[in-house]
Design a protein around this ligand. Structure first.
Ligand SMILES: C[S@@+](CC[C@H](N)C(=O)[O-])C[C@H]1O[C@@H](n2cnc3c(N)ncnc32)[C@H](O)[C@@H]1O
Length: 275
């Protein structure tokens, strides 16, 4: 499928996640889905006690940002691309009744699931907002902590995401995001494979670009900590789940394996808005 513009690519991403949201009842998994190597085993069972099964079934992240973000009671948290809401519900629990957790997503089907999960969990200090992470519908300096789980890689305008994160954070606020990251640029042969973008692989930033773009937005104390390595075989499994057999047949898989081995990892990215 040929994609000719960023808006078209964003629409393909939205359609893919709408499909996953609607398929939650069948627990179909899929790219960046609960049964694939990126999204499985992210949460301890004790941590998710009391979280609705549908929120867990729709967990499509690549890390556990709420566990790493050092959330404190009373803080306001914003989850960029909140999907079925799992990290918003976990954050709401961590910040307590004096705090608040916002989830932001562009896919109505995901927001419907998230609000249903919120009601099932009986969480009152959370709110799910419709919108794009490149244009956050919150005022300046409204948030203490930005979290996100495997979503920045999907954006077609990463500088806008980081500028918006910086704008809505209070001075001293933290950016605490799980994401997929490349160690070096991906093989160019993968660039046109749209399914690898919607599956959180080919839109991912190279580590040095991630750091550079955050710094350009004004962030300091930037770090990229690997949390999970994906070996080449796992990437081929992910690709097998996302890419049509027809397309896969056109790729030189042994050659790709040798090129991507050790290059893609799940990371926890931290940065601070200076006080
Ligand atoms: C890989 S899923 C991750 C969902 C959730 N963070 C989790 O861990 O389960 C990506 C989510 O981000 C949303 N999304 C992707 N691009 C977005 C954008 N530019 N603005 C807002 N939401 C976006 C999708 O609708 C989808 O719900």
């Amino acid at each position: 499928m040929a994609i000719t513009s960023d808006s078209e690519l964003r629409e393909v991403v939205r359609e893919k996640y709408a499909e996953l949201a609607l398929a939650v009842d069948q627990n179909s998994g899929g790219c960046c889905g609960p049964t694939d190597v990126v999204s499985r085993d992210l949460y301890d069972s004790s941590e998710v006690a009391g979280i609705p099964v549908d929120a867990l079934a729709l967990s499509l992240g690549c890390g556990n940002p709420t566990a790493l973000a050092d959330l404190k009671p009373g803080e306001v948290v914003l989850d960029l691309g909140s999907g079925g809401g799992i990290d918003v519900l976990l954050s709401a629990r961590r910040v307590g009744p004096a705090g608040k957790a916002y989830g932001l997503d562009m896919t109505h089907e995901m927001l419907d699931q998230a609000r249903r999960n919120q009601a099932a969990a009986g969480v009152t200090n959370a709110e799910f907002l419709f919108g794009h992470i490149e244009e956050v519908p919150l005022p300046d300096a409204a948030v203490d902590v930005i979290i996100s789980n495997c979503v920045v890689n999907l954006s077609t305008d990463k500088p806008a995401v980081f500028a918006e994160a910086f704008r809505v954070l209070r001075p001293g606020g933290r950016f605490a995001v799980s994401d997929v990251v490349w160690r070096r640029p991906m093989p160019p042969v993968l660039e046109p494979v749209v399914a690898l973008w919607t599956g959180c692989i080919s839109g991912a930033l190279v580590e040095s670009d991630y750091v550079g773009l955050l710094a350009a937005a004004g962030f300091t104390d930037i770090s990229v900590e690997p949390t999970r390595e994906y070996d080449a075989r796992e990437l081929v499994d992910i690709a097998g789940g996302m890419v049509s057999a027809e397309l896969l047949a056109t790729l030189d898989v042994p050659e790709l394996l040798s090129q991507v081995d050790g290059l893609v990892f799940g990371a926890f990215v931290r940065a601070t808005k200076p006080s």
